[in-house]
Design a protein around this ligand. Structure first.
Ligand code: MG
Length: 420
């Protein structure tokens, strides 16, 4: 593969591997091809990031310095987790020192963006000139700083314990959902479950603090249902719930128009297991193939494809429907390694699966709001997220922890343009 045809992500991975002298990782990165997500209407015009961080759209809106602050404020949680990482994830006796070195390096990156003197401020491994200030690059450089200092998956323990807890709760949750006779009430509860689960996000400072205070842990199905009920009053920040429920409740039309879904999942624990899995199961009950697209490699507390495989296998053991439906509900690694997603750079496997998808579901603030909020797809699309940065809430005209449910039908013109 020529250098020109490789993606930034692969180049990044090779560079980190080179810095750390891991030639086998560099070779693996070179061998991994990627593609644009085939449901994009206009791949050439695609911009992953929703907000231009460098230019506030109106006076008083957050600009570059506020966004840099968002990433600076997230660092305490990373340093805390990295300092106590297991050996497998890059821990060890020198982990606290390396965690501080990671912090210093990433602060230098942020400083370089602030002072516009990248050459003198930014660490050696940082691209120069600095890449565009956007959320994809800031996330990418934070991951890169962790890898350069030897950390692989510093949130592994918390992801595992949250997945275990959620898996224990799942059978009772599914029974409760199955008892609901009214399909509109049931689907609204499933959407609320997506939002309630999405509250837990250790990459966002406000959510991480709430988690430390014990607010985001559910513990029981009852408390999860209470969280579903305790969402802000509707109408939400973006609220297409009624339109989505109307489409869902026209079962004949739904079955005619929706045969296969790609669901981009977000966080480990309640988000993926109590939000995304029951939702995916309900789509499968309507006869749909459901592809759960999860990250290839670790990023904050996002669930990885291999972790999701494990939780799905666990769910199958305890749920007859999921067991019988088999590979109609399946996991695919989407090629991504960030808490946001650039749809120009997905795995070949996901691109292949998405060729005949007629529904895309984007879950979580990173994938559905900070990236891809306004991106046009040539199929129906549901975006569901809890907003955990006050800067994002401000740009959307809402409050911290507000809810986004955006339902977009594919227009005939977009279908024609993409030839589907
Ligand atoms: Mg996440």
């Amino acid at each position: 593969m020529s250098r020109a045809s490789m993606t930034f992500t692969q180049l990044e991975e090779r560079e980190v591997a080179r810095v750390r002298n891991h030639t086998h990782v560099a070779k693996a990165a070179m061998a991994r091809p990627s593609a644009a997500f085939p449901r994009l209407v206009d791949e050439g015009a695609y911009q992953a990031c929703t907000f231009d961080l460098s230019v506030p759209p109106w006076e008083g809106a957050p600009g570059a310095s506020e966004w840099i602050h968002v990433f600076r404020a997230s660092l305490d949680e990373f340093v805390r987790r990295a300092s106590s990482a297991s050996d497998e994830d890059g821990g060890g006796t020198d982990a606290p020192a390396r965690a501080r070195a990671f912090e210093e390096d990433f602060l230098r990156v942020l400083k370089a963006y602030e002072c516009d003197e990248a050459v003198s401020c930014a660490p050696d491994w940082c691209p120069k000139p600095l890449p565009t200030l956007d959320c994809v690059w800031l996330c990418r450089l934070r991951e890169r700083a962790l890898r350069v200092h030897g950390f692989e998956d510093v949130f592994r323990d918390v992801k595992a314990s949250q997945n275990d807890e959620a898996c224990r709760m799942l059978p009772a949750l599914l029974r409760r959902l199955d008892q609901m006779q009214d399909e509109r009430v049931q689907m609204e509860r499933l959407v609320r479950g997506l939002l309630a689960g999405n509250t837990f996000d250790l990459g966002a400072n406000a959510s991480a603090r709430a988690f430390q205070d014990g607010e985001s842990t559910s513990g029981s199905v009852e408390s999860f249902f209470e969280t579903c009920e305790a969402l802000p009053d509707r109408p939400w920040m973006v609220d297409d719930v009624d339109a989505y429920l109307q489409a869902w409740c026209d079962e004949a039309a739904w079955r005619r128009d929706h045969r296969k879904a790609v669901v981009f999942v977000d966080n480990a624990g309640a988000d993926a297991v109590l939000g995304a899995l029951p939702f995916a199961r309900q789509l499968a009950k309507r006869g749909m193939d459901v592809v759960l697209a999860a990250n290839r490699s670790p990023s904050i507390n996002d669930i990885t494809a291999s972790e999701l495989e494990t939780t799905l296998a666990d769910a199958r053991k305890n749920d007859e429907f999921l067991r019988n439906v088999g590979e109609k509900v399946r996991v695919v690694e989407c090629g991504n390694e960030l808490p946001v997603i650039d749809l120009k750079d997905v795995s070949m496997q996901l691109a292949s699966e998405a060729e005949d998808a007629d529904l895309v579901v984007l879950l979580g603030m990173g994938r559905a709001v900070e990236t891809n909020l306004h991106v046009e797809l040539d199929c129906d699309c549901l975006r569901v997220a809890r907003v955990k940065h006050k800067e994002v809430a401000q740009l959307l005209g809402g409050e911290l922890f507000g809810c986004v449910v955006k339902w977009t039908r594919a227009t005939e013109s977009s279908k024609r343009r993409s030839g589907s």
